[in-house]
Write a protein that binds this ligand. Structure first.
Ligand code: ZN
Length: 357
């Protein structure tokens, strides 16, 4: 039918269509350029957004990157610890129960494994220990003494050869030749989820620090989770500095030399007479609180004995110890002594008088 239309009519229709198309195209062109200008203006007014933290995190996650080796240490629990215990048990190093709790028994097993594999025996399962545990070089525990020379008999820190816990007080000075057995830096050594170490230079005897960590882990299980160590090992030189500062303070207030020293010695131990020289005493605090008012103080007074600690300066023993009540100051002596002192309510002076003289 259409072929029969006259060419002139077709031409007219074509012209109209063309004109319409041109019109639409021009309108579109004008609109787009106007929009562009508006976008430019809006852009110039909008500050460049800073990369969001979340976006940065997403960008840096590389699914192919190796996951870092987890460090397994005292105080941790769960399946990772359970697997570790299982492996150590299979090799004969761990003889405790498989409970998934990284306590002293697991610590000792890890240490023994490390000693027998030429690793740094720190009781912490880092990448090197972890790799060795599952390598073909991992061998069964050697029970008979190894050909390597055994270390000389381990001297028990803060204990005389007789087995008596050492006494250091206002009258009994630390022997000049006293040497700590093995000090550890507590900030490096202790799990910060269990205890806050106030300062990077607080040290303690390893045996006492291990006992402390075991004790505080138990406290966590009793829902007391905030603990801080404010003081540990002190050298005689450091104690001298503290003492001198205190004396100076009193001299500034107008005290005579003798009176200033006397007043200072009421609050700061005279150098050589502080238990902190042993590396077995710790001052436990709760940040922002008077320790004396805390539940932690109550818990410590009740439970420290079970972990080999004694509450050194008790309220009703002030005349004997020469110190006012200090609920925060605990001293490690070992459970063979602490339990007797608790049961018979003896301070260290009384205990030594009764059993060691
Ligand atoms: Zn103290």
């Amino acid at each position: 039918m259409e072929e029969r239309r006259s060419p002139s009519l077709l031409l007219i229709v074509a012209y109209i269509t063309l004109a319409l198309l041109i019109g639409v195209a021009v309108w579109l062109g004008v609109t787009v350029s106007r929009l562009n200008r508006e976008v430019q203006v809006v852009k110039s007014l909008t500050p460049t957004p800073l990369p969001a933290y979340g976006n940065v995190m997403q960008v840096t996650i590389d699914p192919n990157a190796p996951t870092p080796e987890p460090v397994i240490r005292t105080g941790m629990s769960g399946e990772t610890v359970w697997k570790l215990q299982e492996r150590l048990q299979a090799l004969g190093y761990y003889t405790g129960t498989l409970d998934g709790q990284f306590g002293p028994a697991t610590f000792t097993a890890v240490q023994l494994f490390q000693q027998q594999h030429g690793l740094d025996a720190d009781g912490v399962v880092g990448p090197a220990t972890s790799a060795m545990l599952y390598s073909p070089q991992a061998h069964q525990v050697i029970v008979t003494p190894s050909p390597t020379p055994a270390p000389t008999a381990v001297r028990q820190a803060g204990t005389l050869l007789s087995g008596q816990p050492m006494l250091v007080n206002r009258e009994v000075y630390l022997p000049d030749n006293y040497e700590p057995v093995e000090l550890v830096n507590m900030l490096d050594y202790c799990d910060q989820d269990i205890v806050t170490i106030k300062g990077s230079d607080i040290k303690g005897e390893r045996a006492a620090v291990d006992a402390l960590m075991t004790m505080l882990l138990a406290a966590h299980q009793d829902d007391l989770t905030i603990w801080q160590v404010s003081a540990g090992y002190r050298t005689v030189a450091y104690q001298q500095k503290l003492y001198d500062e205190k004396v100076y303070e009193y001299r500034q207030q107008g005290f005579s030399g003798a009176n200033a020293r006397s007043a200072a010695s009421k609050t700061v131990a005279v150098p050589g007479t502080s238990e902190h020289h042993l590396g077995l005493a710790f001052d436990i605090t709760v940040p922002g609180k008077y320790f004396i008012d805390t539940q932690q103080a109550v818990w410590l007074a009740e439970n420290c004995w079970d972990y080999g600690f004694i509450l050194r300066y008790q309220k009703d023993k002030e005349d004997i110890t020469g110190y006012v009540y200090e609920p925060w100051h605990i001293r490690y002596v070992g459970t063979e002594h602490s339990l007797i002192m608790r049961d018979e309510h003896l301070c260290l002076e009384e205990y030594i008088e009764k059993y060691w003289n």
